[in-house]
Design a binder for this molecule. Structure first.
Ligand code: SAH
Ligand code: SF4
Length: 454
């Protein structure tokens, strides 16, 4: 990694980073000076409306005011994106002070921020220990593309699973993230990108302009497209329209960062419900994709209880190989996984399931594998993301040859599946699929207890 990519390595006070300014407002300056105490207070981020009402009850807000207060807080937290009670200008000074006395809405610390030559950004965020013995760190990645911006969010520090080609899989699970911490990744990214209504400014204008330009080119291209490509083009246009209309920088969230989201089910569900809430962050569930290695019971539950888009890390077309690459396959073999996909609520040509397939040289990339994949997906509205393997220090796998990847994609395309070859993004800053890993280590129980006693 070159020095200029690493443009903010020191711990940055989040308020300052969020505002992109060199000085703090008086209230924030005070908070910065008392960060440790501030971070120890219970946070109001990531709570349901009922839980917020409950928190207000505890500090003595009368029952008849609670609903209104919750609505006000919700708006400030998730529409305006403030990270200090002092900025909630329509609340009385006394009420703001009362809130600040008991709670916090401070952002997590940004331990490092890196920018790839291709525009991909990666943040290393630091969260309090919460039982892990010492503070933990996770990575969040923003991938800007023409007409959309995708935020790749982590659900766990490390992972309990050990997919053999995945860097995160070499980091033991340190702990699950809380709903607050999952949501905070979204909020920090929005801060840094100026993506809240109040911060929109020039970014928003630029994004809107880009969106309009994109709609024009797409319309021209669509006129000459074969039918199979039209569904994708329609999806692209829709994204561009959203961008143009809202000027949003983050148009999509993918739960594809560190960890297996379905092994942290409740927190992920809660965070995504808040992210998609129409009176707050308002990201449509169709723009949220949850990726799983194949936790079958979790797939049924997420379909019934949340209804976001589903991505499956498939990577192999027979049980023998999948057992090796994605060991959870031993617990939930392919037949069960495919049945869960067939039964996923709302699946249609407009709401296809994404199958991720990492291209590993001489392991899963033969013509026979491609043909078997076509058979396996029969009857499931699907698209296949072919991911060139991203190397990491110590791996024995290699990425398939480009010609082989194209051959593989051709077979899928001819069978009627859209199968884009994912251009690796952010490899120079280790931000690409499967490269994420933080230095957080799991402490032994004795070490943890010794630290907590201090
Ligand atoms: N744990 C979830 C979410 C992680 S998503 C899951 O496994 O689905 C990250 C995606 O990148 C998954 O499809 C994963 O299988 C894939 N991946 C992991 N390591 C990779 C690597 N080194 N190169 C390319 N893709 C990788
Ligand atoms: Fe965990 Fe997903 Fe990596 Fe497998 S691919 S080790 S489930 S993060």
């Amino acid at each position: 990694m070159s020095d200029e990519l690493f443009f903010a390595a020191a711990a940055i006070e989040p308020g300052a980073a969020a505002k992109g300014a060199g000085f703090l407002k008086p209230f924030e300056a005070a908070a910065a000076g008392h960060n440790v105490a501030e971070r120890d207070k219970p946070s109001l981020i990531g709570r349901t409306r009922e839980e917020l009402a409950q928190a207000l009850t505890v500090i003595g807000v009368p029952q008849q005011q609670r609903k209104m207060r919750v609505a006000q807080l919700w708006h400030w937290l998730y529409v305006r994106g403030v990270s200090s009670f002092a900025d909630m200008s329509n609340l009385s000074r006394e009420f703001r002070a009362l809130l600040a006395q008991h709670f916090t809405i401070i952002r997590p610390e940004i331990a490092a921020e890196q920018l790839s030559t291709d525009g991909t950004r990666k943040w290393l965020l630091r969260f309090p220990a919460r039982g892990a013995g010492r503070p933990v760190e996770v990575e969040t990645v923003y991938i800007p593309e023409e007409g959309r911006g995708t935020l790749c969010v982590s659900s766990q520090v490390g992972c309990t699973l050990t997919c053999s080609f995945c860097h995160t899989g070499t980091q033991r699970l340190v702990r699950n993230l809380t709903a607050e911490e999952i949501l905070a990744q979204f909020l920090v990214a929005k801060d840094c990108l100026g993506d809240f209504a109040d911060q929109e400014g020039l970014n928003g204008v630029r994004a809107r302009r880009e969106g309009i330009a994109k709609i024009r080119t797409l319309a021209e291209r669509r006129a000459q497209m074969p039918a199979a490509a039209l569904a994708d083009a329609a999806e692209e246009s829709e994204k561009a329209i959203l961008l143009a209309a809202t000027g949003r920088k983050i148009t999509n969230i993918v739960m594809m960062g560190m960890g297996e989201p379905l092994y942290n089910f409740e927190a992920v569900k809660k965070a995504l419900l808040i992210a998609s809430d129409g009176e707050g962050l308002s990201l449509s569930r169709r723009r949220i994709t949850l990726s799983t290695s194949g936790v079958v019971p979790g797939i049924y539950r997420i379909g019934a209880e949340l209804g976001v888009m589903l991505a499956i890390s498939l990577h192999a077309v027979n049980d023998e190989l999948r057992n090796m690459l994605v060991p959870i396959n031993k617990k939930y073999p392919l037949a069960e996984l495919m049945a869960a996909c067939r039964n996923y609520p709302g699946v249609s040509n407009a709401r296809r399931i994404t199958f991720e397939y990492v291209m590993l040289r001489d392991v899963n990339d033969s013509v026979a594998d491609a043909k078997k994949l076509v058979q396996l997906l029969k009857g499931i509205p699907a698209k296949i993301n072919l991911i060139p393997f991203n190397p990491w220090p110590g791996t024995n796998y290699q990425c398939s040859d480009w010609r082989q990847i194209e051959l593989f994609a051709d077979i899928l395309n001819k069978a009627g599946y859209s199968s884009p070859i994912r251009a690796p993004r952010g490899r120079d800053i280790m931000a690409a699929c499967g490269q994420l890993k933080s230095a957080s280590e799991r402490l032994k129980k004795a070490e943890r207890e010794a630290l907590e006693e201090r």
